[in-house]
Unconditional design. Structure first.
Length: 266
């Protein structure tokens, strides 16, 4: 069953998503070639706990870290490690926080140093597809309208592979609630979108084939052809007229800009 949220619950979800978004900004400040991915995870966990939150991925079905960190051909559910990020990597970082019993969930794909033009385009189109989906998250539309908008942009218009096995989801007291929010589908189908529905919309878009496989670490999902993949996610409350985006990339993106300025001075 779908749990529709009251206005008060939506404010609590916004608060948790604010911590998620500010955690991303902490990561964005220091991500650069040579940094260990595990270091980013430690900084994120410390920041979340200092702000009264709990990292919700840690311990989720046995996942041992605060962040999912999925590098290059990794789509999602990658694990932080001693690997040092290198120039040209792209890293999807997914973060979830629970505070006051409510969960925030948002992901961003970061460039490490200078990245190829074709990979930059993949990232840009994936983020655009996310916002095309969000535009549809209004009262009176159907769930399939969100899925269709993402598919049209990333798949039909740009020819990228759209991952089907993994989907967005309802979010509230639990990280994963009903309904599922696929990144492909038919418009005018699925449940009607009603006030109080809160969903995580998260296109996972591959440069090549849409097919994926799981590595034998039991977590990391990679593309079949090992070409890069991108992932952007917002938690969104359905509203009349215009969707209410509870997470934000604002802090992250201004931190990225500052980071680039500082790095260029070195
Ligand atoms: Mg997420
Ligand atoms: Mg999610």
């Amino acid at each position: 069953m779908i749990f529709y949220k009251t206005a008060q619950e939506i404010e609590l979800l916004r608060e948790s998503n604010l911590i998620v978004s500010r955690t991303h900004a902490e990561v964005a400040k220091i991500i650069r070639p040579g940094i260990q991915s595990l270091k980013l995870d430690q900084i994120a966990e410390e920041f979340i706990r200092d702000n009264g939150g709990v990292p919700v991925f840690k311990g989720y079905r046995g996942f041992p870290f605060t962040l999912c960190m999925s590098i290059n051909e990794a789509v999602v559910h990658g694990m932080p490690s001693k690997y040092e990020l290198k120039e040209g990597d792209v890293v999807s970082i997914d973060c979830g926080v629970r505070k006051n019993g409510y969960v925030g969930d948002s992901a961003y794909t970061y460039c490490v140093g200078e990245v190829s033009e074709e990979v930059k385009k993949l990232l840009r189109v994936t983020k655009e597809a996310l916002y095309k989906g969000i535009e549809q998250a209004v009262v009176g539309k159907r769930l399939g309208d969100i899925s269709y908008a993402i598919q049209e942009h990333a798949g039909k218009k740009h020819g990228y592979g759209i991952v089907r096995e993994l989907v967005g989801h309802g979010v509230g007291r639990e990280l994963h609630e009903k309904p599922e929010v696929p990144n492909y589908g038919k418009r005018g189908t699925g449940p009607k979108l009603k006030q109080g529905l809160v969903i995580a919309i998260e296109p996972m878009i591959n440069m090549g084939t849409r097919h994926i496989q799981q590595l034998n670490d039991g977590w990391t999902i990679v593309t079949d052809d090992r070409k890069p993949s991108a992932h952007f996610e917002h938690s969104v409350a359905v509203q009349s007229g215009k969707a209410d985006i509870l997470s934000t990339f604002e802090y992250t993106e201004s931190a990225i800009e500052k980071n680039i300025e500082l790095t260029s001075l070195i």
